[in-house]
Design a protein around this ligand. Structure first.
Ligand SMILES: NC(=O)c1ccc[n+]([C@@H]2O[C@H](COP(=O)([O-])OP(=O)(O)OC[C@H]3O[C@@H](n4cnc5c(N)ncnc54)[C@H](OP(=O)(O)O)[C@@H]3O)[C@@H](O)[C@H]2O)c1
Length: 331
C-alpha cells in the first residue's frame, strides 16, 4: 500500500511517500480502506520529535481518518466489511498513524459515519470535534444561556467549539484574523466576532460581556492570563489546551477571588469510552447539519510533506494562512 511515513523525526521533508506492506489486523482490529485523512497540529509536533513515546518503525504520520471497513478481526462484533467509519486518536502513544491507503485500527476507536456525510467531512472534524466536545461539555460544562469566549473561531478546534456551543444554546464571542474569517465565524453561528488584526480584543470583549464570560477557551500557544482572567465572570471556567512550552505569568489573586477554575487536558489521554461518547454527539450534529466541517483544501496523500509545511506555517508561525482543515485523499 502507499503511505506517508517517517524513519526519523525532523522537518516536514523527512516525510516519505511510498510503498509499505499492508497492515495485518489483530483480533480486536478492523482494516479500513482510507477515504480521507486530515492534518492536525499535533501531527507536526510528533513528526518534529515531540513524542514522549516510542514511534513504530517506520512511523506512518496522522491521527484522523475516514473510510470503509474491508476486514474485521475475529473478536469484533459491531462492525462489518462495507461499513463506512471514521476514527481519531491514531498515531499517538505508540499506535501507528493513518496517512496510508489501509489502516488497522482497534474497533474501540472506530465510529460509524452517518449517511450523507462524506469521508472528507468526517476526517476533517475527527480530532478537533472530539477535543471541542471534551472541553465544552465535559470540562467546562457550558450551559444554555451562558456566554463562552473562544479564541480562533475559524480554526480547527475553535470552529468546532463555536458550533457546539451554539448547539447547546450558549452565546458565543470569538476572534478571527480578517474579514473573510470573521464572516465564516458568523456563518457558523457566532454572536460576536472580534477581528484580532484590527480590534483591541481585551477592551471589546469587556464591552460585549461586561459581567465577564462564563467560559474562556484559549487556543493560543502563548496565552495572556492577565487578559483572560480580567474578562471572566464569577465562577468562570477557563480551558487551556495548547502551548506545551508556554510559561506565562498567572494572576493568582484576581483568579481565585472570582472563584474561577482552570481546566487543562489533552484529548489523546481521554479513554476510548469517553471519546466514543463524544463521537455519538458529533455524529448526531453532523447528521443534523448542526456541525459543519471547514475544509481549506483537499490534497493527494502524496502531498503529506507539503501539508505539514502548510499546517506549521499557519499554526506555529502564526501566518493565519489556512481557512479550515487540510484534508488528504489516497490517489
Ligand atoms: N489539548 C488538546 O487535546 C488539543 C487538541 C487539538 C489541538 N490542540 C492545540 O490547540 C491549538 C489549536 O489547534 P487547531 O487545530 O485549532 O489549530 P489551527 O486550526 O491552526 O488554529 C489556530 C487558531 O489560532 C488563531 N491565531 C493564529 N494567530 C493568531 C494571533 N496572532 N492572534 C489570535 N489568534 C491567532 C487562528 O486564527 P485565524 O485563522 O483566524 O487567523 C486559528 O483560529 C494548537 O496549538 C493545537 O496543538 C490541543
Amino acid at each position: 500500500m502507499k503511505a506517508a511515513y517517517i524513519e526519523r523525526t525532523g522537518s516536514p521533508s523527512v516525510i516519505q511517500y511510498g510503498d509499505l506492506p499492508d497492515p495485518q489486523i489483530e483480533p480486536q482490529q478492523v482494516l479500513i480502506k482510507t477515504g480521507a485523512v486530515s492534518v492536525n497540529p499535533i501531527d507536526t509536533y510528533i513528526r518534529g520529535g515531540a513524542n514522549f513515546w516510542e514511534l513504530p518503525q517506520p512511523f506512518i504520520v496522522g491521527c484522523d481518518l475516514a473510510g470503509t471497513v474491508v476486514e474485521v478481526g475475529s473478536a469484533v462484533t459491531e462492525l462489518r466489511p462495507g461499513d463506512r467509519v471514521w476514527a481519531s486518536n491514531q498515531g499517538l502513544l505508540g499506535k501507528q498513524g493513518t496517512f496510508a491507503e489501509l489502516c488497522a485500527v482497534d474497533a474501540d476507536w472506530v465510529y460509524p459515519t452517518p449517511d450523507g456525510v462524506r469521508d472528507e467531512d468526517a476526517a476533517a472534524v475527527a480530532l478537533v470535534a472530539i477535543t471541542a466536545h471534551l472541553g465544552v461539555i465535559q470540562e467546562a460544562q457550558l450551559k444554555s444561556g451562558e456566554t463562552i469566549f473562544v479564541r480562533g473561531g475559524a480554526g480547527g478546534v475553535g470552529s468546532m467549539v463555536v458550533q457546539m456551543a451554539k448547539a447547546i444554546g450558549a452565546r458565543v464571542i470569538t476572534t478571527a484574523g480578517g474579514k473573510a474569517k470573521a464572516d465564516l465565524c458568523r456563518e457558523l453561528g457566532a454572536d460576536e466576532v472580534l477581528d484580532y488584526q484590527v480590534d483591541d480584543v481585551a477592551t471589546k470583549l469587556l464591552e460585549y460581556a461586561p459581567e465577564g464570560v462564563n467560559v474562556f477557551w484559549e487556543t493560543l500557544r502563548d496565552p495572556d492570563f492577565d487578559m483572560s482572567v480580567a474578562s471572566m465572570a464569577e465562577r468562570g471556567r477557563m480551558v487551556v489546551m495548547a502551548g506545551r512550552d508556554a510559561r506565562p505569568e498567572f494572576p493568582v489573586g484576581p483568579f481565585y477571588v472570582k472563584g474561577c477554575s482552570l481546566h487543562g487536558f489533552v484529548m489523546f489521554k481521554a479513554p476510548a469510552p469517553q471519546q466514543r461518547a463524544c463521537a455519538a454527539d458529533i455524529n448526531h450534529w453532523l447528521a443534523q447539519g448542526q456541525l459543519r466541517p471547514i475544509i481549506d483544501r483537499v490534497l493527494p496523500l502524496g502531498e503529506a510533506a507539503n501539508a505539514h509545511q502548510l499546517q506549521e506555517e499557519h499554526t506555529l508561525q502564526k501566518k493565519s494562512s489556512l481557512r479550515g482543515k487540510l484534508v488528504l485523499k489516497p490517489e
